[in-house]
Write a protein that binds this ligand. Structure first.
Ligand SMILES: Cc1cc2nc3c(=O)[nH]c(=O)nc-3n(C[C@H](O)[C@H](O)[C@H](O)COP(=O)(O)OP(=O)(O)OC[C@H]3O[C@@H](n4cnc5c(N)ncnc54)[C@H](O)[C@@H]3O)c2cc1C
Length: 389
């Protein structure tokens, strides 16, 4: 069953080889990890070795130098095959911040090693417990002292920190009351966690409803060489924002992959399960919700492709990236519900993988940006309604 029948795009080969790789990581692999909340190290290594996590890194730094659409095709396929790219997707978009705003020396130092897998860049420290979505209210402070920054504070939901060598950190370098605009005075640092973990950096895992290796992090006079500052001091918020559109498109592509997985699973089951002497799929009460979920997925998929296309043309895709993320997350959540409903009681059994995938895809209504904040972006920036916060 071809869920996107016209998807004979230029990435058909990539999709096929990602599919082959994913086939070696079946549901049983993910179920075992989910139970113990363990990280899919073997899967991430296989993706890294095959070069999929470095598709966006330019060839001169050891990557394949492809565009956002190729990266989206990789992540979508991973999800559509029942695997979980959430374990490693951040590397693709965090790397972009170094690529766009790093110095030549930083790019040469980090990008080839990230491409080869020698260095893992999976951790992104922005959210804090007290500031939440209001990023500019974050309190982690990096004070300049000689050739170093000395960092104190706390982050929350820093995913994959235990499985990463580097972290991209957003911290205040000028107090909020001393800057003209609250978005000023924030800086972006590359933290080599190998030097400081267990000393001035403490990582505490948070167990959540899904296997996401997320953590809270505490900085206690953590020293970061000033040479690890990305771009200009005080302009970090802008640098982080510049990566967010790509991040939203990639996460949206993952949601499309999830929706496809749920729809395929629902159709297969509806075609074989017999109750009252006939296939349940013969009932319109079963068919219509699946058909509706399919139509929603296809519509969201168009927006994801459009956002990626415009991004590659260098356009500002704030609105498209946000809409793609919201529509795709809604489509995957709707497909998850329909898939579970189609399976009746069996949908709740772990061995069907539906309840696990449903827990996994729910995240995307909240992170990396929640639906409310997307709607308020559209209301304010596209429709010209008053700012609501
Ligand atoms: C599993 C997981 C992994 C994550 N990984 C990372 C990571 O690697 N790095 C990182 O930095 N962060 C990460 N996050 C954080 C994530 O980006 C935030 O949880 C998300 O942005 C929402 O912030 P919050 O949880 O503080 O919610 P809050 O800001 O406290 O908001 C709570 C609710 O109120 C709503 N709300 C808030 N303000 C408004 C408003 N003005 N109008 C309407 N509604 C509003 C929100 O939409 C939300 O529904 C992760 C989160 C989770 C759960």
């Amino acid at each position: 069953m071809l869920l996107s029948p016209f998807d004979n795009d230029e990435f058909a080969e990539i999709r096929e080889s990602v599919r082959r790789l994913c086939a070696t990581f079946p549901g049983e692999y993910w179920r075992k990890l989910d139970e113990k909340r363990e990280y899919p190290t073997t899967f991430v290594k296989a993706l890294t070795d095959a070069g999929y996590l470095s598709v966006l890194i330019p060839e001169e730094f050891g990557g394949s130098g492809l565009g956002l659409s190729a990266a989206a095709a990789v992540l979508e396929t991973i999800q559509a095959e029942g695997c979980n790219g959430g374990a490693c997707h951040a590397q693709m978009y965090i790397m972009g911040t170094i690529l766009r705003h790093g110095s030549d020396a930083q790019k040469r130092q980090y990008l080839p090693k990230i491409a080869s897998g020698e260095l893992r860049l999976q951790a992104f420290g922005v959210t804090e417990p007290t500031s939440g979505t209001d990023t500019t209210a974050l309190r982690t402070f990096a004070r300049r002292e000689g050739d170093d920054f000395v960092v104190n504070g706390q982050k929350i939901w820093t995913s994959r920190a235990e499985h990463s060598d580097l972290m991209l950190l957003l911290a205040r370098t000028t107090p909020r009351e001393k800057v003209k605009k609250k978005t000023d005075g924030l800086s972006t640092l590359i933290v080599d966690m190998r030097d400081v973990v267990g000393k001035s950096l403490t990582i505490r895992p948070i167990r959540t409803m899904k296997n996401h290796a997320t953590t809270e992090i505490f900085f206690d006079n953590m020293r970061v060489p000033a040479t690890n500052l990305l771009g200009d001091e005080g302009k970090g918020f802008k640098y982080i924002l510049s990566g967010m559109n790509a991040e939203r498109v990639l996460i949206a592509a993952e949601c499309i992959g999830d929706a496809k997985w749920f729809i395929r699973k629902a159709v297969d089951y509806a075609n074989q399960r017999e109750v009252f002497g006939r296939k349940i799929g013969a009932n319109q009460g079963i068919q219509f919700p699946i058909a509706r979920a399919y139509a929603q997925m296809r519509a969201a998929e168009l927006m994801v492709k459009e956002a990626a296309r415009l991004y590659e043309k260098g356009k500002d895709i704030g609105a498209e990236a946000n809409m793609a993320k919201m529509l795709a997350a809604d489509a995957s959540w709707e497909a998850a519900n329909v898939c579970l409903q189609t399976h009746g009681g069996f949908g709740f059994a772990e061995e069907y993988d539906i309840e696990r995938k449903l827990r996994e895809t729910k995240l995307y209504q909240v992170a990396p940006i929640s639906t409310n904040l997307i709607l308020s972006y559209l209301a304010e920036h596209v429709l010209g309604l008053p700012r609501s916060y």
